[in-house]
Design a protein around this ligand. Structure first.
Ligand code: NAD
Length: 490
């Protein structure tokens, strides 16, 4: 049966939300054992459905190897579930906070309480990892979940729907299938938190819709992530990592290096080394079973358009070790492409590429690189390859990006204990690590008054104690006020 045939009407979505909220209120704080059971159920189901998901994804894309699905998605999901299960008691633990002298003998602590019902909206490019990791985080934090996967990988979304319906009741986890219209209705629901992964353009609409009910959002968006190669640092390790990050999933990765900044003296060596490395990764060229196709005809046409636009505007287009004729023998396959002499007038330097095309810009000084990055929207990831610590620190300290990889690409996403997210146009908030658990929990501050309390002595009528409290807390600053132009003291 095609689960997409009849998209749910808005009132249906609202009734699922009401049902989930009711269930949440009847059991608002699931204990650690219940949450672990939910995570274990999810883990078991993902492994049981492994082959079905690999097949569905490959059919959705046109081609994607089961190894790539395993390495880039399933391993991350299982790793994230295990991480959350392991850390859960620590994450859920009440956190003691400082109480200042005049509020003694009180106690202050933070309780991380489930928020309630979390909405999760996902894109198509990693349709398992980008649904299952947010889902695992939300249920680890004790929430109910409504999940809307992408319509562009509909076979995979249907498998996810079936899998989750088998292991969770609809008031625990509900999957909503449909396209942009359903997405728009979904984003208007009065969730307790909404995690959206997708394009910056749709992210803005989703945030606007969420604002109607003041729903807090985590936005995991896209952008142009630069890879900076330090002068003279063209070596096999660097190239392996850049080619891996760029060409995995046919370049359709949010944190893929979007463009490269290479020293002008290194350009020829970089081009040669990139081309050789591509040929080593994919000896059969883009018809290799290991090389992923482009997800839809529309995305394929957009990428061809980027290449044509760059060529027309004077760029040099180099096919990475394979010929386009061979690529043409398989559905929606674009060979790995390097673009040199790219300039900012070209679309390839303006839009997020999201395909196997790497434009290369040259630089003379690292300051030029830093200025170039800072003149553009803050990226989701920034990569630096080099061994000059001073230069590396200059790049890290003077640029702002969601995350950074040093001498590697995309591996930061696999670090379960690191927050993952963007900044500005590349996103808002983060998940993974304790940050993900906390994003889906309410940090409720609680102050418990002690039996004996100094603060009570400060009530009217005021006396000596109030004088003492004011004198000690409002005393003049010491010497350490910093700026010598600080002229308040009279
Ligand atoms: P998209 O924004 O088109 O779609 C994402 C989700 O939003 C889908 O479920 C879709 O059905 C829904 N949607 C589409 N139009 C909508 C609308 N008008 N209102 C509400 N919902 C709507 O993104 P995509 O094309 O699926 O994914 C590619 C983008 O996602 C790229 O920009 C990529 O960088 C980004 N991305 C980011 C991350 C991250 O973790 N930061 C990860 C993967 C992809």
């Amino acid at each position: 049966m095609n689960a997409y045939a009849e998209p749910p009407p808005t009132r249906c979505l609202t009734s699922v939300l009401d049902q989930q909220r009711k269930a949440f209120l009847s059991e608002p704080t699931p204990d650690v054992a219940t949450r672990r059971t939910h995570l274990a159920r999810l883990r078991h189901a993902v492994l049981a459905y492994r082959r079905e998901m690999e097949t569905a994804i490959s059919a959705d894309f046109g081609n994607r190897s089961r190894h790539e699905t395993g390495i880039m998605e399933l391993v991350s999901v299982i790793q994230a579930i295990d991480y959350l299960s392991r850390k859960l008691s620590r994450f859920m633990k009440r956190e003691r906070r400082h109480v200042s002298f005049i509020y003694q003998a009180g106690r202050a602590y933070v309780e991380y309480q489930p928020k309630g019902v979390i909405g999760i909206m996902a894109p198509w490019n990693y349709p398992i990892a980008l649904t299952m990791i947010p889902l695992a985080t939300a249920i680890a934090a004790g929430n109910r979940v409504m999940l809307k996967p992408s319509e562009l990988t509909r076979r995979t979304s249907e498998v996810i729907h079936r899998m989750l319906s088998e292991i969770f009741a609809p008031e625990e986890v509900a999957v909503v299938l449909g396209g942009p219209e359903v997405g728009a209705d979904f984003s208007h629901l009065a969730f307790d938190h909404l995690l959206f992964t997708g394009s910056t353009q749709v992210g803005k609409k989703v945030m606007e819709a969420a604002s109607k009910h003041l729903v807090p959002v985590t936005l995991e968006l896209g952008g142009k992530s630069p890879v900076i190669v330090s002068r003279g640092h063209i070596n096999q390790r660097t190239l392996n990592s850049i080619v891996f990050g760029k060409l995995s999933n046919g370049g359709q990765t949010c944190v893929a290096p979007d463009y490269a900044l290479v020293h002008e003296d290194d350009l020829d060596r970089f081009v040669q080394a990139y081309t050789n490395t591509v040929a080593r990764f994919y000896p059969d060229g883009p018809t290799s079973d290991d090389y992923t196709s482009i997800v839809t005809d529309g995305h394929y046409a957009r990428l061809l358009n980027l290449i044509g636009d760059a060529r027309r505007k004077g760029a040099k287009v180099i096919e990475g070790g394979v010929t386009p004729e061979r690529a043409a023998t398989r559905t929606r396959t674009i060979p790995p492409i390097l673009i040199t002499e790219a300039n900012d007038e070209m679309k390839v330097m303006q839009e997020e590429i999201f395909g196997p095309i790497l434009p290369v810009r040259t630089y003379r000084t690292i300051d030029e690189v830093i200025d170039y990055v800072n003149a553009r929207p803050r990226p989701l990831a920034l990569y630096y390859f080099g061994s000059d610590i001073v230069e590396r620190d200059a790049v890290l300290m003077r640029t702002t990006s969601g995350n950074v990889g040093v001498n590697n690409t995309i591996m930061h996403v696999a670090q379960d204990d690191l927050p993952f997210g963007g900044i500005g146009p590349s996103g808002m908030g983060a998940y993974h690590g304790i940050e993900g658990f906390r994003a889906m929990s309410h940090a409720k501050g609680v102050f418990v008054q002690g039996h004996w309390s100094l603060a009570r002595l400060l009530h009217a009528p005021f006396g000596k104690l109030a004088e003492f409290a004011l004198a000690t807390t409002l005393r003049r600053p010491g010497k350490n006020v910093g700026d010598r132009n600080f002229v308040l003291g009279r």
